[in-house]
Ligand binder design. Structure first.
Ligand code: APR
Length: 267
């Protein structure tokens, strides 16, 4: 992954240019990653301070390991409630970056958010049109019927737990490496990406597919990409504007510039 020493923060001209593209877009969407929630106290996976940087990437066959012994996997999952991955998830709150994206939605400038984050923070920031492509840590999903349940709706006395509706095997809704993305959310994300003419790519290394592929697909069919990232990422070279800086700082600036620009074009 390209790694550059943190350089300058996005200039006003760059933010203006991004706002111009956003206001002109017919159907803008966003693709977000772990960098969105760093300023909410949740570490990223890769790069400086990344969990995988610290502990190494988890096994790429995490899902097969789960299926091989779901009881053991559940015991392991329940024993990790307070570790470095899950503890911050429970206490984190949305930051101004999350609220900026829900504000763009309310302004009618953003039509959907594809997030790779399982932290529920976009939802807590009031984002309505949202696809959690890697699941949500607050939910449990049935591997048979696909139904999702809140943790307090599932009896965890007997492990592995089974679906209250179809008795299918239940798993945390968070998508493990090697696990197929649930078709309902995948189809939803693909549908919005196929309509999009602009993607705000915020806080992602753009190294994991199919998520990163949606932004590349929009670029390939003539759309625009606006990146918000502290550093260069795998997709920076494809972006029309790449705004350096923290998502919680840069996205509110983008909203302000877009609101001003739209106001001038409407008046
Ligand atoms: N603001 C904006 N960007 C940031 C910030 C910040 N405050 N802090 C870090 N970043 C950027 C990093 O430069 C990096 O490009 O966010 C990106 C985080 O990249 P990753 O840690 O790789 O996270 P992500 O892209 O979401 O990973 C994709 O990989 O491990 C799996 O399932 C996991 O959903 C995750 C997927």
């Amino acid at each position: 992954m390209p790694r550059e020493k943190e350089t300058t923060v996005a200039t006003d001209q760059e933010v203006e240019r991004a706002a111009e593209l956003l206001v002109e877009a017919e159907y803008a969407i966003a693709l977000t990653g772990a960098g969105m929630s760093v300023e909410s106290g949740i570490p990223p996976f890769r790069g400086p301070g990344g969990l995988w940087t610290k502990y190494g990437e988890p096994p790429m066959n995490g899902f097969q390991i789960f299926l091989a012994d779901p009881k053991k996997a559940w015991e392991e999952r329940l024993s990790r409630q307070d570790d470095e991955l899950f503890a911050p998830l429970r206490t984190a709150k949305p930051n101004p970056g999350h609220f900026a994206l829900s504000e763009l939605e309310a302004m009618g400038l953003l039509h959907f958010v594809i997030t790779q984050n399982v932290d529920d923070l976009h939802r807590q920031a009031g984002q309505v049109a949202l696809g959690e492509i890697h699941g949500n840590f607050k939910l449990i999903r049935c591997l048979e019927c696909g139904e999702r349940f809140k943790w307090d709706e599932v009896i965890l006395e007997e492990l592995p737990p089974h679906c209250p509706r179809c008795r299918g095997l239940l798993k945390s809704d968070t998508v493990s490496f090697g696990e197929p993305i649930p078709t309902d959310v995948l189809d939803q994300c693909a549908a919005h990406a196929s309509r999009a003419d602009l993607v705000i790519v915020a806080g992602t290394s753009a190294t994991v597919y199919p998520a990163a592929g949606f932004a590349i697909e929009v670029k390939e069919h003539g759309g625009k990409l606006i990146e918000v990232n502290l550093y260069e990422s795998e997709i920076t070279q494809l972006c029309d504007v790449s705004l350096r800086g923290g998502a919680a700082v840069v996205l509110p600036r983008l909203v302000k510039a877009a609101a001003k620009r739209r106001h001038t074009t409407l008046s």
